[in-house]
Design a binder for this molecule. Structure first.
Ligand code: C2E
Ligand code: MG
Ligand code: MG
Ligand code: MG
Length: 289
């Protein structure tokens, strides 16, 4: 907004902007004590086989999603605090906490389900991500094959060689790597071939538009076929309706994730699915808060 206003030769003083800068600074400070104060937690969102989900689903794993409960502001979205943590360098400590917490949690499940953890760009490109993953696997006892690391394609653009080397070293540990939000950014099909991803997560934007826009349907079908050709599995994000699910299952999409199946929630809400109580199936569209 400020940028647009100052495009001419004079820039207009905006007290509002000062406020925003102050807000950010305070939020930074708050974030630095958030881990210590136990304000950070993880929610878990199920992923299930697309086909079996039509009938009554088969959950294959969960994605861990960070949540910050700020003492005054209440819930702050990861879309807001992860970039803030990256700018301030806090992402190192925070990312480590998230990875450890998710692995520790998954290692405690009776069912050997997958656990997907998001890696931020800075964490991936500038930290010792391989060393960290290795030591957390040893520490928590989680089988490497159960851990899936999600990174966005944009991250790899920064430094192709380093990105490729990191992916290979991570895969050598036995963990899986997913390309998150595929199609949302710089999407280049050549990336799919160049990088050894195990899984492609089709961005929610395409899924939203499935019923509205015939091009989205074509793109989704093309990505599924291309991914399969490269021996990658395909997950669709943000599946909210029966119609979207039916289309995806019909198009050969391997797995789905979205509100239709279940919202991100504390793991207690999915106790039965991880094997803590009897039963390992769930009804589609079950409300989970
Ligand atoms: P993402 O990795 O693409 O995660 C999926 C986001 O879509 C989550 O938002 C999830 O709550 C939301 N979502 C899932 N299903 C549906 C649906 O059916 N409809 C709609 N409208 N939304 C759905 P969330 O939790 O707010 O996270 C936003 C982003 O923040 C994530 O996108 C991820 O990039 C980042 N993030 C979240 N947790 C972490 C974390 O622990 N570490 C890092 N580095 N980034 C994280
Ligand atoms: Mg993700
Ligand atoms: Mg995603
Ligand atoms: Mg997304």
């Amino acid at each position: 907004r400020a940028k647009a206003k100052s495009r001419g030769s004079i820039s207009i003083y905006e007290p509002e902007m000062d406020q925003q800068i102050r807000d950010r600074r305070v939020l930074h400070q708050d974030l630095s004590v958030a881990i210590r104060n136990g304000e950070l937690s993880l929610h878990y969102q199920p992923q299930a086989m697309a086909h079996q989900t039509v009938a009554g689903s088969k959950v294959i794993g969960f994605e861990a999603l960070a949540r910050w409960m700020h003492p005054v502001r209440g819930f702050v979205s990861p879309g807001d605090f992860i970039p803030l943590a990256e700018e301030s360098g806090l992402i190192v400590e925070m990312g480590e906490w998230i990875l450890r917490e998710a692995c520790r949690e998954a290692a405690s499940w009776p069912m050997p389900l997958q656990i997907a953890v998001n890696l931020s760009p800075a964490q991936f490109m500038h930290g010792d991500v391989v060393g960290l993953v290795h030591s957390i696997l040893l520490e928590t006892g989680l089988a490497p094959g159960r851990l899936e690391l999600e990174i966005t394609e944009g991250v790899l653009i920064e430094d192709f060689d380093r990105g490729l080397a990191l992916l290979r070293r991570l895969k050598a540990l036995g963990v899986r790597v997913s390309m998150d939000d595929f199609g949302s950014g710089y999407s280049s099909l050549s990336y799919l071939q160049a990088f050894p991803f195990d899984k492609i997560k089709i961005d929610r934007d395409f899924v939203i538009n499935l019923g509205r826009n015939p091009q989205s349907a074509s793109i989704v079908r093309a990505v599924i076929s291309l991914g399969h050709g490269l021996e990658m599995s395909i997950v669709a994000e943000g599946v909210e309706t029966q119609e979207q699910l039916a289309f995806l299952a019909d198009s050969g999409c391997d797995a789905v994730q979205g509100y239709f199946l279940g919202r991100p929630a504390p793991i207690g809400q999915y106790a039965a699915l991880v094997g803590r109580n009897p039963g390992d199936t769930m009804e589609p569209a079950r409300k989970t808060g």
